[in-house]
Design a protein around this ligand. Structure first.
Ligand SMILES: Nc1nc2c(ncn2[C@@H]2O[C@H](COP(=O)(O)OP(=O)(O)OP(=O)(O)O)[C@@H](O)[C@H]2O)c(=O)[nH]1
Length: 476
């Protein structure tokens, strides 16, 4: 073989080797998801500008609607019976109520860690569950009272708070939503950095997917929703041509928004009927933020031009009625209250009766959450609801849940959901937790939409829940 042939062969081999190398590099690069934001950046060289200001900025204001009446008288579901669940669409195959570990008892204080010493519970002597015929004029001091068959004798203790004199200035709804920006910052770390960082880290092996799963679980997403979200992400990443950080973010966003069942009706049924006010019952474990939520909600309703009566049916603690009265004076709502230990049902009835007589738009009833048996809870809430229904229907039963209590709060919430027909959830204290994922878990486990979220102790720190805006805030 002469030298020229040998040189030719060597050159050909080198060229082929180079070609193989270049093709390999290009293919590897395509498979890799880099954290560069290509959207709006034709050069694709600069790092993605992340908007760190982004908090929860729900696009619209609060949505109020007319209720058709919260359904049937509360009863515990028959053994094995499931609570009514919303249409889950493509998420229908998620297993139901999977997490039942570490169930606390009813009456556990959600604000206190489960392993700390339990404080004593006081037995409320509940009146005979038979309904009484309510008096025509509830505040009539001559009302005949008879526990069980006639109005309870504590009815005479009912007082209507004097009309407010000086009302706190109420910020316009639109303006105050902007002030909630940044309140979800603690949850942003988990989703915005944790999950997005892992997904954008290139080819994901089993260990990486396990890490994604652990991160979602640590944000309290719950195992069923976590599994569904991860499965969906895996499927999408395997098929879709997702390459840039922007595409990964968009994929994660769409999967999370879908998991929040965005089509559920989240309007608060607070618009009056032809002759009667709308009636909202606010229930939940003590310390979750019920009274505060009632006050914040009244403020929004008053700002919306509604006349509001608040019923202080949390008669277990005198301070609760005082707290509500302060809210009433602050926001411009009338408060109807009874003396400490009064029958909550009679206070609720009287508040509704006052609302009907005065032709107000909305009556919001604050209840106690301190009953230590399921039967006691059912008796009390059931009676409150039945007594109100002597006057008018209950349009909305809002369960208030403290987002910081995680699984403990969920287990207690389920007890409430079992004894009263919850129509919506208010998730409070989302500002104080990195576990914003609890929203997903709550909806899945309780089968009702989260309608409102509490993002602080301030009077205006209540926001309507909007899945898209919420996920945007979570991703930062
Ligand atoms: N950070 C934060 N704190 C909140 C929020 N909502 C309520 N709180 C606080 O939680 C505490 C308990 O709130 P309450 O409204 O008294 O709770 P409750 O459920 O009515 O409690 P009881 O009357 O004891 O049944 C108060 O200190 C509130 O200021 C919220 O969204 N974020």
């Amino acid at each position: 073989m002469n030298t020229e042939i040998i040189i030719g062969i060597v050159v050909a081999v080198v060229v082929v080797a180079l070609l193989v190398l270049v093709v390999g590099l290009v293919r590897a690069r395509r498979r890799r998801i880099s954290l560069r934001d290509t959207a709006g950046d034709p050069t694709q060289t600069g790092p993605r500008e992340v908007d760190r200001s982004g908090g929860y900025t729900a696009g619209g204001g609060f949505s109020f609607s007319q209720g058709g009446g919260a359904t049937a008288t509360p009863t515990a579901p028959a053994p094995g019976e499931k609570p009514t669940t919303p249409d889950r669409g493509e998420w229908a195959d998620l297993p139901e109520r999977t997490e039942t570990d570490g169930q606390p008892g009813v009456g556990d204080d959600a604000a206190i860690p489960r392993d700390s010493a339990q404080r004593g519970m006081t037995d409320l002597s509940l009146p005979d569950p038979d309904l009484y015929d309510p008096p025509a004029t509830p505040q009539d001091p001559d009302t005949e009272v008879d526990d069980g068959t006639t109005a309870p004798d504590d009815l005479s203790g009912l007082t209507e708070a004097p009309a407010p004199v000086r009302i706190d200035e109420i910020a316009p709804v639109d303006g105050r939503l902007h002030r909630l920006r940044g309140r979800l910052a603690r949850s942003q770390g988990v989703f915005g950095k944790g999950v997005l960082g892992l997904l954008g880290g290139g080819d994901l092996d089993e260990d990486s997917w396990e890490e994604v799963e652990d991160t979602l679980l640590s944000a309290d997403l719950g195992s069923a929703t976590t599994t569904a979200v991860v499965d969906r992400l895996r499927a999408e990443l395997a098929t879709a041509s997702v390459r840039s950080a922007a595409e990964v973010r968009e994929l994660l966003r769409s999967v999370l928004v879908a998991a929040l069942l965005p089509d559920l009706d989240r309007s608060v049924h607070a618009l009056p009927h032809a002759d009667t006010p709308a009636v909202l019952l606010v229930v939940g474990v003590n310390g979750t933020g019920k009274t505060t939520t009632v006050g914040k909600l009244a403020r929004v309703l008053v700002a919306d031009g509604r006349r509001v009566v608040l019923g202080a049916a949390d008669t277990f603690r005198a301070a609760a009625a005082d707290q509500l009265q302060t809210w009433g004076e602050r926001v411009g709502a009338t408060v109807v209250r009874g003396r400490e230990g009064a029958d909550p049902a009679s206070v609720a009835f009287d508040a509704v009766a006052a609302g009907v007589a005065d032709g107000v738009d909305v009556v919001v009833i604050d209840t106690a959450g301190r009953l230590h048996t399921k039967t006691g809870l059912m008796d009390e809430l059931g009676k409150v609801k039945r007594v109100i229904e002597k006057k008018t229907k209950v349009d909305e039963v809002l369960l208030v849940l403290d987002a910081t209590t995680g699984q403990n709060g969920m287990a207690q919430a389920k007890v409430f959901a079992d004894v009263v027909d919850i129509t919506g959830v208010v998730l409070t204290k989302l500002d104080g937790t990195a576990k914003g994922g609890i929203v997903f878990h709550v909806q899945h486990e309780l089968g009702v939409p989260v309608k409102l979220v509490g993002l602080g102790e301030g009077a205006d720190d209540l926001a309507p829940f909007e899945p898209g805006a919420f996920v945007d805030a979570l991703l930062g």
